[in-house]
Design a protein around this ligand. Structure first.
Ligand code: 13P
Ligand code: SF4
Length: 303
């Protein structure tokens, strides 16, 4: 057995002994996807965290995801195997930015993308993910909303609802690497493949594509789609996920620039150490969990 296989075996054993569950985001490296009990998008992962009977949740993703899991399952031990796995977009906004927006637009509800800190969620009215952002915005009884922190997703939502949307200039550095020229180049190489991009992409990229979908919706759309090949405009880990689910179909990554370093930080060794030594435990102050939890739970009521 090589070292990776030894860690894989240890993970299986510790998971059983400690009644732990491994949740992994669709962008994780193949070795992590292979040992995940559940692999999914931000929305499905948070729902899993809320409903699991496991005592320990090992969250293979980035900080905001483990925070959300802890808020939804406060009595469980939530572990983030790589403590350096953050999300640069989440770090672009702080609570004082939200409070300033609220002051400038009194009474206007703040919709907060889950790719944000617990502190920012706590001063927002409701959360959303890429999967439910339009429904969340439409559920609000207000003609105007503030959308934070992602300008990409926020502008996509604005195009699909009849409300005025006030945006914040946050963005995903990975998805923003892509410009419309990359879409055109990929189409030339694979002229019969529909182009699917994440709503975090720039408007010019979304407009040049055929389908805009979060990672969860990408899976359901591809499952029922008549095409056997697709150009994928999201983080490269998604390609392994799609190839595993649909081995008979072909997937072309739109550009090698679609690489999120933070999503790649978690390794098998980290997961093994997380289970063995309970590192790194996600801890949040009780009042913060309660306040941020309100925004997350309101989102889950929408769907
Ligand atoms: P999804 O919820 O679509 O999986 O997106 C999460 C994310 O971080 C995208 O960059
Ligand atoms: Fe954050 Fe973008 Fe990485 Fe998603 S892909 S975790 S939004 S930096």
């Amino acid at each position: 057995m090589n070292q990776q296989q030894i860690w894989g075996e240890e993970i299986k054993q510790w998971k059983k002994d400690k009644n732990a569950i491994i949740l992994a985001h669709n962008y994780q490296i193949p070795e992590i996807q292979d040992i995940g009990d559940f692999i999914g998008d931000s929305l499905d992962l948070s729902k899993k965290a809320a409903e699991t009977n496991a005592d320990i949740i090992v969250f293979c993703g980035v900080t905001f995801m483990a925070e959300t899991a802890k808020i939804l399952a406060p009595k469980k031990m939530v572990l983030l195997p790589s403590k350096h796995a953050g999300c640069p977009m989440a770090d672009m906004i702080e609570p004082h930015d939200v409070l300033k927006l609220k002051q400038e637009h009194p009474g206007v509800p703040v919709v907060c993308y889950v790719n944000s800190s617990a502190e920012v969620k706590a001063v927002s009215d409701i959360c959303c993910t890429s999967a439910n952002a339009i429904n969340v915005v439409n559920s609000l009884d207000s003609k105007k909303i503030i959308f934070i922190p992602d300008e990409g997703l926020g502008s996509y939502v604005a195009e699909h609802c009849s409300k005025e949307v006030i945006l914040f200039p946050g963005y995903c550095a990975t998805h923003y690497m892509i410009k419309k020229e990359e879409v055109e180049k990929a189409r030339k190489l694979h002229p019969n493949a529909p182009v699917i991009v994440h709503p975090e992409c720039r408007k010019e990229v979304r407009d040049a594509s055929d389908i805009v979908a979060g990672t969860g919706k990408m899976i359901t759309l591809i499952k029922d789609h008549s095409s056997n090949e697709f150009i994928i405009g999201t983080e490269e880990g998604m390609i392994y996920r799609l190839e595993t689910l649909f081995p008979e179909k072909k997937f072309y990554l739109m550009s090698s620039k679609l690489y999120c370093v933070n999503m790649k930080k978690t390794t098998l060794e980290h997961v093994r150490n997380a289970l063995l030594h309970h590192q790194h435990e996600m801890m949040l102050p009780e009042p913060l969990m309660e306040e941020a939890g309100e925004s997350i739970k309101k989102m889950l009521m929408v769907g």
